[in-house]
Write a new protein. Sequence first.
Length: 360
Amino acid sequence: MAEEVKLMKGNEAIAHAAIRYGADGYFGYPITPQSEILETLMAEMPWETTGMVVLQAESEVSAINMVYGGASTGKRVMTSSSSPGVSLKQEGISYIAGAELPCLIVNVMRGGPGLGTIQPSQADYFQTVKGGGHGDYRLITLAPSSVQEMADFVGLGFDLAFKYNNPAIILADGIIGQMMEKVVLPPFHTRRTEEEVIAECPWAARGKKADRKPNIITSLELDPAKMEENNIRFQAKYRQIEKNEVRYEEFQCEDADYLLIAFGSSARICQKAVENARAEGIKLGLLRPITLWPFPTNVIANYANQVKGMLSVELNAGQMVEDVRLAVNGKVKVEHFGRLGGIVFTPDEVLNALKTKFDL
């Protein structure tokens, strides 16, 4: 059967992919520029077809705690929001990470700080990959740069979350959420039966059973020695994720003298900047981190032995650039270029920044 190609927004692709993947529940609250996720789910009424629960909670705090409850039963549950709303979810996200529960979170970023602007931004990088909530925890972070990846990363995010019993987040920006592109949606998956949920998630809270002890889901541990054991186990899991799940894309990097590092919509703009630079005889390449955590540290470190400099291009005041600098460990010069307040840079601005900062 030929694949069905549809034209839709990135936010709409998230919603359709969630239904087709067999998600059990979505709990969210509207906020621009991600409201189409909830609106599309409501319009599609998946509770009548796949049995997926879709609920607009009374607040972002309620929504993330509903995710906590749903995830504790082994169900595939998710939420979505935009920057200020995700800030309200941080305590719940930390609880979910501490309880080692799988779930999917979507953040379609807008400008800040505060209420800021509804225009696109990438200024939630620190919050997402450094831990916006309290404690030593990590979120598996996927950064799509197309509507197709918005759809694809729903399944990937759920798969990684359940593989490691850890929350995963799709960190998109307002451009990717609002833009319309062709997309091939995934095929419909059959939702798991109760028996399959129990088999896949033996730790889940599924009610009292005569043949087993009750499963207790919590992030609370008052014995400091046991809490340290928990944290040591978490850190070992994070090291495994860093070893196995790094994803990235390279564009004309083989012979590059200089390298752009960019994610999301910035990477799309940078690809054109690379083409313009090559036309002028400047050997420029682009490395796009697809996983912002785990970050492609070793890949960037290896390129530090090849290139003369790197420019981290972001829609913020300079956040991912810190991880790029840590990766190269002083071997080459690393600079940042970005725009703020929801203003999106052009390929020419990126190329001019490269020439200025590296005296080309």
